[in-house]
Design a binder for this molecule. Structure first.
Ligand code: UDP
Ligand code: MG
Length: 316
């Protein structure tokens, strides 16, 4: 039996060929400096560039501390992290993006905080270097999420996070599809804490998140962790039907006292359109939940692993 690994670092990689070498040249020294047994688990999320080949090369260079999981398609950042988690052996697990936006040197800061007895360490970007619309959008989503879930994450976009083994085991036992790892982990944490970390501009390549995939991700976050949107919708429905009932009574009384009316057609249209709008929104919202249920009950594999590169000597 080898010495138990105390730290696993999980890194999802999707089309990052330009930045990977820079990542290696900072990540390995930073971890070597910690002087603890560690492993790095790279998960190639079906990159269409040379990322997989670069990861293979790196595995040859440092097989003792490197493991590589190759997906055979693009299953998304959070599924990649899930797969990484299943292959970790460390007592603590840190997730990191491949683009060096979170400096690997900050990992020690998270571990130091864990030493104080916390089991989940989130991170807050000191000053965020992303495009302005990302700032605005994520502030709005943060506020909204705070209101509808019990999850308190100051900076939900920052993936540099550390988890204790217990949380990782709990996550591994979840069979959720399309989830949001930091939120899922938070629901299992007993003593969460946060630290402030540096944030750099993306060195190479570009963000893999389009506006559309960001919206999708946030829908997953909202509907995956809360039914409050549905409850709000039924409340809205209640209020609207209350008002239309009052309106109906008013019209009946008016008809009896003043007589029939033909004016006010367009007011009526406006009212009807408004209500149709609410109804459509509600159907869409219901669809989000039904869609989640549908994906879950199909029991399809959440991701497909093509190959796992690991040093078998290290096992058992
Ligand atoms: N990523 C992934 N699969 C995807 C999209 C992204 O594995 O479908 C990885 C990507 O390689 C990076 C991390 O997830 O390591 C975060 O992506 P990115 O930096 O593009 O997101 P942003 O920092 O813009 O939020
Ligand atoms: Mg990034």
């Amino acid at each position: 039996m080898n010495t138990p690994i105390s730290l696993s670092v999980v890194i999802p990689v999707y089309n990052e060929e330009q930045g990977l070498h820079a990542l290696f040249s900072r990540l390995y020294p930073a971890l070597d400096k910690l002087a603890i047994p560690y492993e790095i688990v790279f998960v190639n999320d079906g990159s269409r560039d040379k990322s997989a080949a670069i990861l293979r090369e790196q595995f040859q260079l440092r097989p003792d501390v490197t493991r590589v999981i190759l997906f055979n398609g693009n299953f998304g950042q959070h599924m990649a992290i899930m797969a990484g988690f299943e292959h970790t052996r460390g007592q603590r697990v840190v997730t990191l993006d491949a683009d060096l936006q979170n400096p690997p040197e900050e990992i020690s800061k998270l571990l130091a905080k864990m030493d104080e007895g916390f089991d989940y360490i989130g991170s807050i970007r000191k000053q965020r270097n992303d495009s302005w619309w990302r700032h605005v959008a994520s502030r709005a989503m943060n506020n909204f999420r705070e209101r509808i879930t019990r999850i308190k994450i100051t900076d939900q976009g920052c993936m540099l996070r550390a988890y204790d083994r217990g949380i990782i085991d709990a996550i591994n036992s979840c069979k959720e599809v399309n989830t949001f790892i930091p939120a899922l982990a938070y629901t299992f944490a007993r003593r969460p804490a946060e630290v402030v970390v540096e944030h750099e501009e993306r060195a190479e390549g570009e963000s893999k998140y389009s506006l559309y995939s960001l919206i999708r991700l946030n829908f997953d976050l909202m509907t995956g962790f809360s039914v409050v949107p549905l409850q709000w919708f039924s409340l809205t429905g209640m209020v609207v039907s209350l008002f239309s009932a009052l309106f109906f009574v008013f019209l009946v009384v008016r008809r009896l006292i003043i007589g029939p009316e033909a004016e006010g057609m367009f007011t009526l249209f406006a009212l009807v359109f408004f209500m149709i709008g609410i109804a459509l929104f509600g159907i869409g919202l219901l669809g989000e939940y039904v869609g989640r249920i549908y994906q879950q009950v199909r029991h399809r594999p959440r991701y497909l692993v093509e190959a796992v590169l690991e040093d078998v000597k290290g096992e058992k």
